[in-house]
Design a protein around this ligand. Structure first.
Ligand code: HEM
Length: 155
């Protein structure tokens, strides 16, 4: 699928990221993850106020491990500096609008990344769970999932 054509049909509700140079770099990272989704595994455990997740590269390719880590940290930096991404997708608009209500801590692993996401607020925990489901779908279906609003739930 030619990715650019689909982009034109979407409405970017929190501003188009295309303009900022960092966007192309960020996009290159998650395109690589989507392309090589079969080499990625994600394990989610429920914690008191949220989830603990390990996302690992099962192929052992250290370059892809770095791509994953750079992606996760890059997205957090992007959100922290008030720059949205994928804002044609309602879930990513919600994530961006409530970014300050999600406590996120990350720990680098040799083969991936461990992240805990939490909130006292049950509505935000629901958002955290839907984002988690979204990432599981990205890992399971790759670009097929990324072309749909999140979380992708094939019939
Ligand atoms: C197979 C593909 C992908 C993988 C493996 C992946 C992995 C991750 C991981 C590990 C995190 C850290 C938080 C967490 O673990 O829940 C994360 C956060 C995030 N990712 Fe991805 N991602 C993928 C695709 C994408 C795509 C296509 C987008 C959007 C265009 C995206 C946007 C984000 C955003 C916005 C965050 C959250 C930042 C925050 O709340 O600080 N990811 N991703």
């Amino acid at each position: 699928m030619e990715f650019t054509s689909f982009r034109k049909e979407k409405v970017f509700k929190r501003g188009r990221g295309g303009g900022d140079p960092q966007h192309l770099e960020d996009e290159a990272l998650f395109h690589e993850l989507l392309k090589r989704h079969e080499e990625i595994e994600r394990i989610t455990t429920i914690s008191d106020n949220g989830i603990e997740v390990k996302t690992i590269i099962t192929s052992g390719d250290l370059k892809l491990v770095k791509t994953l880590q750079d992606h996760a940290l890059g997205m957090k930096k992007r959100f922290d500096s008030g720059r949205a991404i994928r804002s044609w997708d309602p879930l990513f608009i919600e994530l961006f609008d409530h970014k300050d209500e999600i406590k996120l801590s990350a720990q680098m692993l040799e083969n991936g990344i461990k992240v805990s996401l939490s909130s006292e607020d049950p509505r935000i925990r629901d958002l955290i769970n839907r984002h988690d489901e979204t990432l599981h779908a990205f890992i399971r279906y790759g670009f097929e999932a990324a072309q749909h609003e999140s979380p992708y739930r094939p019939k």
